[in-house]
Design a binder for this molecule. Structure first.
Ligand code: FE2
Length: 261
């Protein structure tokens, strides 16, 4: 079976390129399950109920997030009624939502999607290594296809997390940096790994945001108002091929698509 994971969908340019091309990708690549990270889908900051519903209606089955998931306050009320929108599992249990979803793909295979967040150069959350053990313990043995979005800043923490889970999950794919990495591989235990899937949005700015204010911010260290960048819109995704009987990955490749202006 083929799992399509779409990297951080950023603001309206990211949503538009997904809307314009998802159907074609699913057909051409024979996709059985679509997962997307949507933490920046609403203008670059968080996700709203309306935007999540819009992306679900396009065929995205499960959405993952990260540190920006809390940016729009309405999400606290939406998360409890939409189990297919995840937030990193290692945020406080005082917060709404879950970092684990169990479902059935269009090929009939049962699957689990997990979402965790790193701690290096990020907020001090619960230990993701310990937390993922709790999630794995909640997944029935018969569910072999297990996908993990690890939302983290440091490449070292992400690589370590991939090795930690090798042989126990189908894929560990990183998000958050918005820069796709060329290290996709199937680890010896059968876990597909990539440090970062990259961003689906405008590459004309700085990781999705208009470049001039960000350059100014780096020069002056003062806060600036950030707007989503426009133009040079690209979709970045990763396609994992897995054996649904064993849950082992047999292939992983990067998928990129550029929107013609
Ligand atoms: Fe993030």
């Amino acid at each position: 079976m083929n799992i399509l994971f779409i990297g951080d969908v950023f603001a309206s340019p990211g949503r538009r390129i997904v809307a314009n091309h998802l159907h074609q990708i699913v057909t051409e690549e024979r996709i059985d399950l679509i997962v997307a990270n949507v933490e920046n889908a609403a203008g670059g900051f968080g996700v709203t109920a309306a935007i999540a519903d819009e992306l679900f209606s396009l065929g995205v089955e499960v959405m993952t997030t990260g540190n920006h998931v809390w940016d729009k306050t309405e999400i606290h009320e939406y998360l409890p009624r939409q189990p297919r929108l995840l937030r990193p599992a290692n945020y406080s249990p005082l917060l709404a939502g879950s970092g684990l979803y169990l479902g059935k793909a269009r090929n009939g295979a049962e699957y689990a999607v997990m979402n965790l967040q790193g701690r290096t150069f990020m907020a001090t959350l619960d230990d993701p290594f310990r937390k993922v053990e709790e999630l794995l313990a909640q997944i029935p043995d018969r569910i072999k296809v297990r996908f993990v979005d690890f939302h983290a800043e440091a490449t070292s923490e992400k690589v370590a997390f991939g090795w930690y889970l090798d042989g126990r999950v189908t894929a560990v794919i990183g998000t958050h940096t918005h820069i796709p990495t060329a290290d996709e591989r199937v680890l010896p235990g059968g876990t597909a790994y990539q440090t970062d899937c990259g961003m689906t949005g405008s590459y004309a700015g700085v990781i999705g945001v208009e470049k001039a204010p960000v350059i100014r911010k780096f020069q002056t260290a003062l806060p600036v108002r950030m707007e989503p960048a426009k133009g040079m819109v690209e979709l970045h995704a990763t396609i994992i091929t897995a054996d649904p009987e064993t849950g082992k990955a047999v292939g992983i490749r990067r998928y990129a698509l550029e929107e013609l202006a």
